[in-house]
Write a protein that binds this ligand. Structure first.
Ligand code: DC
Length: 223
């Protein structure tokens, strides 16, 4: 049976993951956070101190497994749960840099397509609507101003002991936006048939409602 695939792309900190998580739990779909895959490759490269060429040579030694526990994605690298280890600022930048390596993108491509073939998914990332799932049932391009994205991320991280400053978070977001939109392969861009949502002045629930309503209309689902 054909599965339902929803693609949500957009820049770092646009709220893709929290929104995708909420919507997928509402619809009973699986939420696939593809950024976590690139982060896991970056973690592997960091652990083994690999440059790009050595990483490419060692890709076959990397086994990534995604599991969904109560709708939450857990990710393991060669059998070890790395779900929390991949959420550091160094790994964010590392992921942005390994994601520009064509061999890395190719390596992760099949894993992402397999998830979408086997499950109803909301998949978020940078190239889901343009490259990974060009035939997705609905494509959303979710964005917000860099200032707004940095403030949201700052509020989110404030509770943590080693929270970066607002300026550091904003600089990281701008650097990643630049990397992700300027790389030669599968750069971050809005698919021609994607619906653009600029959430700068929108609340979390407002964005969720708008996307849910687009999904229901597109799929002809009842409220
Ligand atoms: O969504 P995220 O911030 O966890 O993603 C981390 C990095 O991974 C991001 O800066 C670029 C890369 N990425 C990508 O190139 N393609 C995707 N589909 C998802 C993430």
């Amino acid at each position: 049976m054909k599965t339902i695939n929803i693609a949500i792309d957009g820049p770092a900190g646009a709220g893709k993951s929290s929104i995708a998580k909420e919507i997928s739990s509402e619809l009973g779909f699986i939420y696939v956070d593809t950024g976590a895959l690139y982060r896991t490759i970056a973690l592997y490269a960091q652990m083994h101190e690999l440059d790009d060429q050595s990483l490419i040579r060692q890709l076959d030694d990397i086994e990534i497994e995604l599991n969904f526990i109560g709708g939450t994605q857990c990710i393991s690298l060669n059998g070890e749960n790395v779900t929390d280890d991949i959420r550091t600022p160094e790994i964010s930048m590392g992921a942005s840099s390994v994601s520009a390596i064509p061999e890395v993108r190719e390596f992760l491509f099949e894993l992402q397509q397999k998830m979408a073939r086997e499950h109803n998914v909301i998949m978020d990332g940078r190239d889901i609507g343009t490259v990974v799932l060009p035939d997705a049932d609905l494509k959303i391009f979710l964005t917000a101003s860099a200032d707004e994205r940095a403030s949201r991320r700052y509020l989110e991280l404030q509770e943590k002991d080693d929270c970066p400053t607002y300026e550091e978070i904003r600089a990281d977001i701008i650097a990643r936006d630049y990397n992700d939109t300027h790389r030669a392969i599968a750069p971050l861009k809005q698919a021609e048939d994607a619906v653009l949502i600029d959430s700068t002045d929108m609340g979390f629930h407002e964005v969720c409602e708008e996307i849910l309503s687009l999904i229901r209309t597109r799929l002809d689902l009842d409220e």
